[in-house]
Design a protein around this ligand. Structure first.
Ligand code: HEM
Length: 360
């Protein structure tokens, strides 16, 4: 039997799913229909994001990570960014509904809320958000409690999220393992003097950072008092760079050194794709963050600052999550300390990062 569009895409089943709590979607206003479709479209995008993140985790959990897979991994992460951007755009479509139109059907949703989206939680977990970072719905109700029925029974949504937590797999952890093994200045963790070599790179980097600051100060034509104020700020920045890079924990130090090393020498053939991976990962977090912020602004425009159907304090809760739910702080922080090309520390073992065929 030859394939048809309607069988392959399952059009009849798909368009039969928009009735919400009614018998038929004909009973709904166009606004409520839009509201349901928008959520369903988001859930479909979330499903695809989950698949891409699972593939990325699987790859970066391998030891070694095959160099030839990095371009495909970068493409997968770029796809996640595009999905978040597109999903964020859907909020402007919802804004064609007025507050009054929404209020006409809102009460019947209570206590349902996007807060109960299990796939949204799975994405957070797969990225690497820790349970301890979560902001509860209110003093009594945690994020995962709302995935149970009113009488405390577990649901498929609750099971799905708990399985994710138990699996303990996340892009953050997988990337950290990969970064912890990344050769720095040609040195690998298996080498006896690796820590010394890593610290050597960090010390050279910090020295250059100091030179960069002196140079920046020299280029400023300001009054003495302005100059002193800026100098004090630069001094704080330098101390922050030292605290960040010379962390007490050698593994953290190595991971941060790897991020810096990859960013500094990204023109070297074997560092070009790792640098793309780091940049796309940061962009995944950036687009997810923008999704949260845009959702919050749409909500503020739609319902002001009233309590959410799920029972949170609405926009205030959403703004708090947008601020607090960061998963890759090291990738962001490294940007503060990066140096321009002519200030980079000299590279001792650049030949280790050439393609094998180039090494002769
Ligand atoms: C008129 C449209 C919408 C309004 C007024 C709205 C309102 C809210 C509010 C007030 C919350 C906080 C939890 C609560 O107390 O209920 C929330 C959470 C949430 N909403 Fe929406 N929402 C809308 C549309 C959407 C859409 C289309 C999606 C897409 C799936 C969505 C996804 C979410 C998610 C994932 C959360 C949890 C966020 C977190 O915990 O950080 N919302 N929404």
């Amino acid at each position: 039997m030859s394939a048809t569009y309607w069988d392959y895409i399952r059009v009849e089943e798909l368009t039969d799913l928009q009735a919400g709590l009614a018998q038929q979607d004909r009973e709904l206003t166009n606004d409520e229909h839009l509201f349901i479709v928008a959520h369903q479209v988001h859930e479909l995008w979330f499903k695809l994001v989950i698949r891409e993140l699972e593939s990325a985790c699987e790859l970066f959990n391998r030891d070694p990570v095959p160099e030839t897979s990095l371009a495909a991994a970068a493409r997968g992460l770029r796809r996640v960014c595009r999905i978040f951007r597109l999903a964020t755009e859907h909020f402007s479509l919802l804004e064609t509904m007025t507050t009054r139109d929404y209020l006409d059907f809102r009460d019947k949703l209570t206590p349902a809320s996007g807060f109960q989206s299990a796939q949204f939680r799975e994405i957070e977990i797969l990225l690497g958000l820790e349970n301890s970072q979560r902001i509860p719905l209110n003093e009594k109700v945690g994020t995962l409690d709302v995935l149970k029925t009113a009488d405390g029974q577990t649901t498929p949504a609750w099971e799905r999220v708990n399985e994710r937590i138990s699996a303990g797999i996340s892009l953050r952890v997988a990337l950290e393992q990969w970064l912890a093994r990344t050769p720095i200045d040609g040195s690998r963790p298996s080498q006896g003097n690796d820590q010394e070599r890593v610290d050597g790179f960090l010390t050279r980097f910090l020295r250059q950072h100091e030179h960069a600051i002196q140079a920046a100060l020299g280029e400023r034509s300001q009054s003495d008092s302005d100059r002193n104020a800026v100098q004090a700020k630069f001094q704080v920045e330098l101390e922050q760079a030292r605290d960040y890079l010379m962390d007490q924990n050698p593994r953290t130090r190595r991971i941060r050194a790897a991020i810096l090393f990859i960013e500094c020498y990204r023109e070297l053939p074997l560092l070009a794709w790792p640098r793309e991976i780091l940049d796309h990962t940061l962009e995944v977090e950036q687009t997810y963050l923008i999704f949260r912020q845009r959702h919050a602004r749409m909500v503020e425009r739609m319902i002001g600052r009233r309590v959410g159907t799920g029972g949170s304090d609405g926009v205030d809760y959403l703004d708090r999550t947008a601020l607090a739910y960061r998963v890759f702080p090291d990738l962001w922080k490294a940007r503060t300390f990066l140096l321009r090309r002519d200030h980079l520390p000299s590279l001792d073992h650049g030949e280790s990062y050439q393609f094998k065929a180039d090494q002769g």
